[in-house]
Design a protein around this ligand. Structure first.
Ligand code: BT5
Length: 261
């Protein structure tokens, strides 16, 4: 059955995780789950607390951009207390967990586009936002925000119709958001707990990036850079190789992929 509203109990009951999703804060409608999660984190919320809503009225992307999350979306934020050493891994494990969960629940194959997009057939189905408060060498909190287009049709949103898709648009039917969320929370915890074991998260993330080896244009701040996306480092940065042989290390930016490889 495809539910209309998310009930916190349906997300958390018998969830096979130790801490992520063991406390769920749910609102039918919110400005942004990031705002509520930040407030909860500042008040000392337990690691793994998840803020979920059915609809955001002021969903946020990076650089103060808007994120559309109408009813039928997944919009959630997870509060974590990682060591500073693992901060760059959060975007990697969140991206992998989204790809794994979409595949497990729907059978759809998705790709990761550096730095924070999940695509299906070259269209964005999910955006991820990581926010953290770091003082000195200590992470006071980190928040992983995940928005997935699930049960709404992009035809109702002409402003992103050409660049975005939803699971329902891809499948031609609705999907249980509770199933996707439960899978996602368990998967994120599994990957998060595996971080001390070393390489696996970085390596799988790198191998699943559609960006590598492609000719790209990257907007980074005011600069527009072109080249081949050569590699990514463990800190999440991208190495761009220019046609004159020089290279630039890029920490954050917006990538346009050229279709000729
Ligand atoms: C992102 O930013 O992709 C991060 C999105 C994070 C959303 C989650 S939802 C839960 C949590 N609470 C929040 O308030 N945010 C997080 P960025 O890379 O800056 O992409 C933003 C751009 O994507 C916009 O400028 C639009 O062009 C496009 N966009 C907006 N809504 C979209 C959607 N639903 N699907 C696909 N593309 C969208």
């Amino acid at each position: 059955m495809v539910e209309n509203n998310l009930l916190p109990a349906s997300v958390a009951d018998n969830l096979e995780s130790h801490f992520i999703g063991q406390r769920v804060i749910y609102y039918p409608r919110l400005t942004s789950t990031m705002d509520v999660a930040r407030r909860e984190a500042q008040r000392g919320a337990a690691e793994g607390t998840v803020v979920i809503t059915d609809e955001q009225t002021m969903g946020k992307g990076r650089l103060k951009r808007a994120w559309l999350s109408p009813r039928g979306s997944i919009a959630l934020s997870i509060i974590l207390h990682p060591s500073v050493f693992y901060l760059p891994s959060l975007i990697m494990l969140a991206s992998l967990a989204v790809v794994h969960s979409i595949e497990t629940i729907t059978g759809l194959e998705s790709q990761i586009k550096w730095p924070n997009d999940i695509l299906i057939n070259d269209k964005k189905v999910c955006g991820i936002l990581i926010e953290s408060d770091v003082r000195g060498n200590k992470v006071v909190y980190a928040i992983i925000g995940i928005g997935i287009n699930v049960n709404f049709r992009l035809s109702a949103f002409p402003e992103i119709l050409s660049t975005a898709t939803s699971l329902a648009d891809e499948l031609g039917r609705d999907v249980s958001r509770v199933d996707v969320i439960r899978c996602l929370l368990v998967e994120i915890e599994k990957l998060y707990l595996a971080l001390p074991d070393g390489e696996s998260v970085y390596e799988e993330w790198r191998d699943r990036l559609v960006t590598l080896g492609r000719k790209v244009q990257i907007k980074s701040g005011k600069a527009i850079l072109e080249g081949i996306a050569e590699s990514v480092a463990r800190d999440g940065s991208l190495l761009l190789r220019h046609s004159n042989g020089s290279s630039t290390k890029i920490v954050a930016g917006d990538v346009s992929l050229h279709h000729n490889k």
